[in-house]
Every structure is written in C-alpha cells, then in structure tokens.
Design a protein around this ligand. Structure first.
Ligand code: COA
Length: 330
C-alpha cells in the first residue's frame, strides 16, 4: 500500500504584534491574568487589509520552497480554516488560482482547531488510495477580525491570534511516513464554542427585525472547553499509541494544538510525561486555531527538535467538539 510523508513545512504570521500590555490598555484585563490563565505573552492580529488567504498563500510558498517541489506537481489543495475570506467559496479556491495550479481539486475543511489534522488525514487517505501524489495542506486563520475586542469579549479576545502553516504531503516508499490518524467529534457540545452567525438558522442572518449582533462573534464556555480538552487530548494521544503499538517513551515530541499552556500542562500531568516533550510556542502566537499545529511543527523542525527517525504525535481539540491525533515517523 502507498504511504504518505510530510516533505516540507512552512508558516507565516502577520507583522502586527499585540502584547498583553497592548490589550490591557484597551480592555479590562492584565498581563498577569492572561499569562497565569493561558501562558500567552503576545499574539499577531492581521490588520484590516490582510486576509486568511494572504496568510495561507505566504505559508504555502514557504512550504513549497522548503519541500523543494515544483508547484506544478501539486495535485490537490486542502485548507483548514474557520475564517475564510468569503462565506463561500473557500480559501482553497483562492490558493489554487494564486498558485497557478490549473484545475486541481481544492476544498476547505471546517473543523476548527482540529482542522489541520482532519485535513492531513484526508490527504493521507487520498495518497494511500493512489488518487493523489503531492497535496498542499494548510491551516490558516485571520480569525481575530471576528472577535469582540471590547471588555465584554475579553475571555476570547486575549486568547486568539492569526497566522498560517502549510505542509506538502507526498507519496513515499520511505520508512518515514504518517503512521495513523484518528478523528473524533461530539456534536452535542456545539454551543460551548461557536460562532452562531452568519448562518441559515433562524435569526442568523442580517434581517432588520431580528438582527442580534452578539451572534456574529465567537462565544465560548471556557470552563467546559477546558474540562473536555484535558480529557480528550490524552485519550486521542493514547489511541495513536495503542494503534501503533508504541509507548509514550517512544515519542520524541508531542505537538498539541496550542489552545492554552495550562491545558498542555494538565495533559502532560495526566499522561505522566515531562513538559519538555510537549511542544509549546503559545507565548508568541496565542491560539491560532487551524494554524497552530502547522506553525508549531515548522518551528519544532527549525529548532532541531525533530530529526529523521523520530516518532512524533500531533494532537488537537476544539469547537464541535472535534478532536484528533496523527502519529508520524519522521
Ligand atoms: N481578563 C481579566 N479577567 C477576565 C478575563 C480577562 N481576559 N476573562 C475573563 N475574566 C474574568 C471573568 O469575568 C471572571 O470574573 P468574575 O469572577 O468576576 O465573574 C473571572 O475572570 C474568572 O473567570 P473564569 O471564566 O472562571 O476563569 P477561568 O479560570 O476559567 O479562565 C479561561 C478562563 C478562558 C482562560 C479558561 O476557562 C480556559 O482556558 N478555557 C479553555 C479555553 C480554550 O482553550 N479555548 C480554545 C480551545 S480550542
């Protein structure tokens, strides 16, 4: 059977750095509150003219360059995002046009913070079945355009940031490849982390008589999300270990979705692993939703934290709820 491997990664974040101090000038919060609750020191916020597509495009060019591949060899594009430039079509269509990739299949995946692993899993299946050879997989968000940046929205405003990460997934006969992916969803929790509108449910469109502005911004039940995240991350990491007959001692690095440093610490605690095998860069970027894992993976590679032959696990949890893991032999 065919296997697939990641042959190149890249990322891009907007220039506009927003520190905790900057936020506390505008809303009722503090550096101390944000750092103790989340580990975040600063994040990037895309300025008005920068869109999710812009970030995705730059990250893709970096991944293509690092992979050393001719872009014309790419035969599919998958983009994970919840903040596409347009309601429809997706960012993937804009990327296909901007990269000059003549009529190849391109689609978006809306699985929030798990969207990069969901997309990676889909890419892996297309390669395993022989339907594709080189797939561009992207996670990208300019989501801070959607959030309420006043004191009313402070629980969310301080946590999230913008950015994009991209990977080139290629068919391989190598011994290094994506070993497994496991995807989950529990839709009964939709309302614990969501943005209700715009949508097609009653009152979720811009009608004069029932326009409710609060519906047009993300809302979160932070405590519930926290409780579920610290349960689902270990579950799905263990699922990957059991499936591949690996022990946690075989894992060089776990790259969790960068939701919150306290969540990562709680996961490490529950799994009885040292934090030095749990990658974190949330202090610099905040929670970038679909972009967080590919950004973290790119930085981990650049820092020499992953070398050929290492086993790593990617893991995510987010809105839906969705959660997922990918085990990779690098
Ligand atoms: N600055 C200062 N105070 C804030 C604040 C902010 N940015 N956001 C909320 N508060 C206040 C609340 O209003 C509340 O005040 P009150 O006690 O007067 O009502 C107080 O801080 C405590 O709020 P609470 O929600 O109990 O805090 P918490 O300890 O649960 O931390 C989160 C809040 C959001 C940091 C935490 O629940 C969390 O990390 N959840 C997971 C979020 C996440 O990772 N989401 C993405 C998953 S993909």
């Amino acid at each position: 059977m065919n296997s697939s491997k990641i042959i190149g990664m890249g990322f891009y974040v907007p220039d506009n750095v927003i520190t905790n101090e900057d936020l506390s000038q505008k809303i009722d919060t503090s550096d101390e509150w944000i750092q103790t609750r989340s580990g975040i020191k600063e994040r990037r916020w895309a300025s008005e003219e920068i869109t999710t597509f812009d970030l995705a495009h730059k990250a893709s060019l970096n991944a293509i360059s690092n992979a050393g591949i001719d872009p014309q060899d790419i035969d599919m594009i998958i983009v994970g995002t919840l903040s596409s430039d347009y309601f429809f079509p997706g960012v993937s269509a804009q990327l296909q046009e901007s990269l000059n990739l003549n009529t190849i299949g391109a689609f978006d995946i809306k699985a929030a913070c798990s969207a990069f692993i969901y997309s990676l899993s889909i890419a892996d299946q297309f390669i395993k079945t022989g339907m594709a050879k080189n797939i561009l997989v992207v996670g990208a968000e300019a989501q801070t355009k959607l959030i309420d940046k006043s004191t009313k929205g402070r629980d969310i405003a301080v946590l999230f940031g913008d950015g994009a990460g991209a990977a080139i997934i290629q068919k391989t006969n190598d011994k290094s490849f994506i070993l497994s992916t496991h995807l989950h969803c529990e839709g009964k929790n939709i309302k614990n982390l969501w943005m209700e509108a715009p949508g097609t449910s009653p009152g979720s469109w811009f009608e004069n008589n029932n326009f409710v502005p609060e519906r047009f911004t993300p809302a979160m039940n932070g405590r519930e999300v926290f409780k579920n995240a610290v349960k689902r991350f270990p579950e799905v990491i263990n699922e990957a270990l059991v499936y591949n007959k690996l022990s946690i001692k075989d894992i060089k690095l776990i790259i969790p979705h960068q939701a919150n440093f306290r969540i990562s610490q709680a996961v490490a605690n529950r799994m009885n692993v040292d934090m030095n095998i749990v990658y974190s860069n949330i202090h610099k970027y905040g929670n970038t939703t679909a972009a967080s894992i590919p950004i973290a993976l790119t930085e981990a590679i650049e820092e020499g934290r992953i070398i050929k032959g290492d086993h790593i696990i990617l893991a995510a949890f987010g809105a839906g709820y969705t959660w997922a893991s990918a085990a990779i032999k690098w």
